[in-house]
Design a protein around this ligand. Sequence first.
Ligand code: CA
Length: 222
Amino acid sequence: MRLLVVEDEMQLADALTEILKRNKYAVDTAYNGNDGLDCALSGVYDCIILDIMLPGMNGIEILRNIRNEKLSTPVLLLTARSEVEDKINGLDCGADDYLTKPFVTGELLARVRALTRRKGDIFDENKMSFNSLELNKSSCSMSFSGNDVKLSLKEYQIMELLIANPHQILPKERIIEKIWGYESDVEYNNIEVYISFLRKKLNAIGADTQIKTARGIGYSLE
Ligand code: CA
């Protein structure tokens, strides 16, 4: 999953980014309002963590712009204790939740998990599954009928994206945007390499799940 952090206090922004990355999210960071809006409008994020007081465009204006563009990306506002009006305003403008600074990281992670949870998911933060194939976040592995295999972080992130969109063709372009970021210079053959690793690993654990190639477009989980 890909997250955007928009926060001008550089130390806080970098600390948040680091913590989120350690929790296996792909993260982009913007340190001012204008960069934040540019990133947000790309539409590739699963959640945006948005500070209100920002140089350039403030968080509320960014939020308004995002919603005007009909983007429904979940937004978690970061507010100072004194910004009560902004909190109300933010929720009225389409924020999904807010967190008052200072906060403990456990709470931030829980809120991000809640905002990115798929509707109808069975509640287990650590596991995703597709038929009998299980993807395990804390051990960064996947398993099938008692067989386990470790995944690299990128393999995990690709598998997570495929399982979140089963039976749908995911264009390579979209995989790059989600995993590496929309400004990355990763090429299609990098993805092909990761997909071939994943196929070997699926084979190794005897999984009946296949990553199918849609020629010239991308991949789907079947
Ligand atoms: Ca700020």
